[in-house]
Design a protein around this ligand. Structure first.
Ligand code: IDP
Ligand code: MG
Length: 151
């Protein structure tokens, strides 16, 4: 097992459209363990730091105004190979190329408003978790259902 933690966030469109429960439910049902979760509004400075890799791209300004346009639901999920597993559940960046059955494939139409963020590597996950959560907000607990989820 390669137990990893990853950072997921329901973006402002997902919150406004009432899709938080549906999205969290998909990760939960898959078997990911919720380690932390909170509603928050992201400041412009934090948004620019979080999305620093995209600075200078033509969509950067609209991305920052989108992600700061309303509250997001931030979470840390844990599981075997969690980074890649969650990216697969999310679907491709462009919702029109995301497979049906994925979150983006089922619930959104365009890249600029694509409902969910998820870390793209273990390194990004560590960085993003530390941007949005204090260490004491990550809850350590044993989940009894793990014995039915993992061999
Ligand atoms: P990801 O969210 O699947 O990791 P990234 O390439 O890291 O995709 O882009 C970050 C976010 O920036 C996307 O989820 C999307 O909201 C936005 N974005 C990326 N490319 C475009 C674009 O071409 N037009 C508008 N928004 C974009
Ligand atoms: Mg990305």
């Amino acid at each position: 097992m390669a137990v990893e933690r990853t950072y997921l966030m329901v973006k402002p469109d997902g919150v406004q459209r009432g899709l938080c429960g549906e999205i969290v439910s998909r990760f939960e049902k898959k078997g990911l363990k919720i380690v932390a979760m909170k509603m928050m509004k992201i400041s412009k400075d934090t948004a620019e730091f979080h999305y620093g890799e995209h600075k200078g791209k033509k969509f950067f300004d609209s991305l920052i105004s989108y992600i700061t346009s309303g509250p997001v639901l931030a979470m840390v999920l844990e599981g075997d190979n969690a980074v890649a597993v969650c990216r697969n559940l999310m679907g491709k960046t462009n919702p029109q190329e995301s497979a049906p059955g994925t979150i983006r494939g089922d619930y959104c139409m365009v890249t600029g408003v694509n409902i969910i963020h998820g870390s793209d590597s273990v390194e990004s996950a560590q960085r993003e978790i530390s941007i949005f959560f204090r260490p004491d907000e990550l809850v350590e607990y044993k989940r009894d259902s793990d014995k039915w989820i993992y061999e």
